[in-house]
Write a protein that binds this ligand. Structure first.
Ligand SMILES: Nc1ncnc2c1ncn2[C@@H]1O[C@H](COP(=O)(O)OP(=O)(O)OP(=O)(O)O)[C@@H](O)[C@H]1O
Length: 261
């Protein structure tokens, strides 16, 4: 099991931000976490990364029960994360290559000497993700799309079992977004892939490899299960509380609002 949340709730400043969340991610599953602004996605992710401790309930990630088992560096390496919080912490003067390499140590910046195997793996990831041409450029000079690929490379460096991609397409144009989604699809089809959790507001970004979806609304689970069964006109109309239509085009969903109310 990759993730198990049991009756997880979170209170901040007297307000229930997450309410009674139950959620299991099994090995081999790829999930989308979908919610509108303020639904609690960031709070939930902070809990998975042990930045927040639940006010109630249990969080278990990769067999480590938070608050019971020591978490340590090993767990940090087994969870790869790409998020805007991470992006803000990266050192702009580091090269794309150094940033990918730093993933081997789950560190921000390189403080240890990488082995030759690590160097080879970093180069291979840069190639796979189409970053090789700018491997020696400093991070701050990269475009948003280039930065996101480098961070995905960093997240993959330690061969994680769980890869969390928190709104990775923010700020990307259509072409950069589709290229990034193609790269994510390739990762999902690796021989021994990590389970991927893809957090988004955008239904059209749900790739066929994301077979499971959790709809988060006002801090609670609105629905969860097979993506194809959840992404229906009636479920999404109830979820968004506005009438919507959903169409499928080449196994990708397209959402539209049917009328203004
Ligand atoms: N530390 C905190 N103290 C008080 N309220 C908080 C705290 N952290 C989050 N919240 C509130 O909890 C709710 C959920 O916030 P969260 O950032 O998790 O939403 P989100 O789904 O990530 O939204 P977005 O898509 O806009 O990033 C919001 O109403 C937010 O204002």
């Amino acid at each position: 099991m990759v993730l198990h949340l049991e009756n997880v709730s979170l209170i901040r400043e007297g307000k229930w931000i997450l309410k009674d969340i139950n959620w299991k991610i099994n090995k081999g599953e790829n999930w989308v976490l979908l919610g509108l602004n303020g639904a609690g996605k960031t709070a939930l992710l902070h809990m998975l990364c042990a930045y927040y401790f639940p006010s109630k309930g249990n969080v278990t990630v990769l067999k480590k029960r938070f608050g019971k088992d020591p978490l340590g560096e090993d767990l940090r390496k087994r969870i790869g994360i790409v998020s805007s919080t991470l992006q803000d912490r990266i050192y702009g003067e580091d090269s794309a290559y150094q940033i990918v390499l730093s993933g081997a140590f789950a560190s921000i910046g390189l403080y240890q000497t990488p082995t030759n195997d690590m160097r080879e793996r970093a180069k291979q990831l840069l190639k796979e993700l189409g970053c090789f041409d700018y491997a020696n450029r400093s991070y701050r000079t990269l475009s948003q799309g280039e930065k996101q690929r480098v961070l995905i490379g960093r997240a993959l460096m330690a061969n994680p079992k769980f890869l969390i991609l928190d709104e990775p397409t923010i700020g990307l144009d259509f072409i950069a977004r589709e290229q990034l989604l193609e790269a994510i699809d390739r990762i999902a089809n690796y021989p021994n892939p990590p389970s991927i959790l893809y957090v988004t507001h955008h239904i059209e970004e749900i790739l066929p490899c994301f077979d499971k979806t959790l709809l988060l609304k006002e801090g609670g689970v609105f629905a969860s299960g097979r993506t194809s069964e959840l992404l229906t006109k009636s479920t999404l109309t109830n979820f968004f509380e506005v009438p919507v239509d959903i169409e499928w085009h080449r196994d990708r969903p397209l959402l539209s609002k049917t009328r203004f109310s």
